[in-house]
Design a protein around this ligand. Structure first.
Ligand code: GUN
Ligand code: FE
Length: 445
């Protein structure tokens, strides 16, 4: 190893199962990979965990090491109107706020300035991996890739496709859209840097014609492994009615993506609030992930997703902020709102009649919500072998938490257990407690 961190480790091994190591040694090699995580109280001598020639020992004291957050769904251009338009439902919000603001990203210089701010905000809030929607604009989307690389974040980046039902100032020709997507994918793959990967990103079914959807599906599977696919699915009831009207040949919204070859194990769909049993069965059989974006679902009055049921049905679930349908890039907020949404479902206020079990406790625990924000998202994004927790061989994507930091909103008392401190951080903490951020062993905050 080249570096050994000494401190408290908390990470999620499986849904609801946290591992806490009060005094851990985390060894990281030159390439940023985790060599070992040892419980020092179980080591006979310090030689077992710190005596390695040339290795730097970093003493974190009472600080806590957790895996970085993984935001499964965010729109990088939309931070330019973060926190505005929250009185509108989806389709009106797109027309009034989103499309005019995204159109400004036709200018790569404007785009680069705002993308830099956006990526920094995600990173400083502890998001070490983010799956981004950019806009339809090729050059600006390339700029986003360069900025993610420069700032050291791990990013999945998509050039958005839109060739129908879009305003004249934010629409593409079908052929150009497909060609630019190909060019974009080549641009990212030529970087040959595992930290940034391209994602095929049809905006949602209303914005993309059948021929373009088909072309994108073919483009995805023409690579080995297939290029990842991200989109929106079953978010808003007017949107769903519109899709079904547009595609009478398909029984459901989900089957429209599927019939164009866009659902596979490297696809992940935001929202999925209103998916019926047959749609959920389809997602499950295709191993497609669901990104739960609770802040957005509340803010745009879209609905309340029943996460517990998806988990029980064996569907991969991760968390996302969906900025700026959601009003903050903070994954801590996504964790909190996921817990609240699950409580709504458990008291019978979810988006359909099939609810929790008659008031019995069925909401997400803090440990489960944390799992979704780390391992859950990692699995949806096909990064489960690379990040999400501190298993040996994974990349060191980590946050160093200081609950005693200057201005901390969290109180610390003698006798608090580590898990009590961790719960306080999840529900009350903020970026002031996120003192350091590492991606593949490199410090980015
Ligand atoms: N559906 C289509 N476009 C968007 C978008 O930008 N945000 C959200 N939340 N839903 C969408
Ligand atoms: Fe979105």
């Amino acid at each position: 190893p080249s570096r050994i961190y000494l401190g408290t480790v908390i990470h999620s091994l499986s849904l609801g199962c946290l591992e806490v190591i009060e005094r851990a040694a985390v060894a990281v090699d030159k390439s940023g990979r985790i060599v070992f995580v040892k419980d020092t109280s179980k080591c006979a001598t310090t030689a077992d965990y710190i005596d390695f020639p040339g290795a730097e020992v970093v003493e974190l004291g009472a600080r806590i090491l957790i895996p970085g957050f993984i935001d499964g769904h965010a729109h990088a251009p939309q931070q330019t109107f973060l926190g505005t338009g929250m009185h509108l439902p989806l389709l009106k919000w797109l027309e009034a706020y989103t499309f005019p603001k995204e159109a400004k990203f036709s200018d790569p210089v404007y785009a680069a300035a705002h993308y830099r701010t956006a990526v920094k905000r995600h990173l400083f809030n502890g998001t070490t991996t983010c799956s981004y929607f950019a806009t339809i604009h090729l050059e600006s989307t390339k700029a986003l890739v360069d900025i993610v690389l420069e700032l050291g974040q791990r990013g999945l980046v998509g050039k958005v496709n839109m060739d129908r039902n879009s305003p004249p100032f934010l629409i593409e020709e079908t052929d150009t859209s497909l060609k630019d997507t190909q060019t974009f994918i080549d641009y990212v793959l030529t970087k040959n840097n595992p930290l940034v990967q391209p994602v095929i990103t049809p905006r949602f079914i209303p914005s993309v014609t059948s021929p373009l959807l088909t072309g994108l599906g073919q483009l995805s599977i023409s690579h080995t492994p297939p290029i990842r696919v991200q989109s929106h699915l079953s978010e808003n009831r007017n949107e769903i009615a519109w899709v079904l009207q547009m595609h009478p040949e398909n029984p459901t919204y989900t089957s429209v993506y599927d019939s164009h070859g866009l659902l596979h194990d490297r696809s992940y769909m935001a929202h999925c609030i209103w998916c019926t049993q047959s749609e959920r069965d389809l997602l499950q059989s295709r191993s497609t992930g669901v990104i739960h974006c609770p802040n957005s679902n509340f803010s745009l009055s879209s609905g309340i997703l029943n996460v517990r049921r998806l988990l029980r049905e064996g569907i991969k679930v991760g968390l996302g902020t969906d900025v700026s349908g959601g009003y903050t890039p903070s994954m801590l907020d996504a964790i909190r709102q996921a817990v609240i949404a699950s409580k709504m479902v458990s008291i019978g206020q979810g988006s359909d009649a099939e609810t929790g079990n008659e008031g019995e406790y069925d909401a997400l625990s803090y440990a489960e919500a944390f799992h979704l924000a780390t391992m859950g998202s990692a699995e949806c994004l096909s990064l489960g072998d690379t990040v999400g927790n501190f298993l040996e061989g994974k990349d060191f994507d980590a946050l160093v938490l200081n609950l005693r930091a200057e201005g901390s909103p969290v109180d610390v008392f003698d006798g608090d257990s580590t898990l009590e401190l961790f719960q306080r951080f999840l529900f009350v903490g903020d970026d002031r407690n996120i003192e350091q951020v590492y991606v593949a062993g490199k410090r980015c905050k």
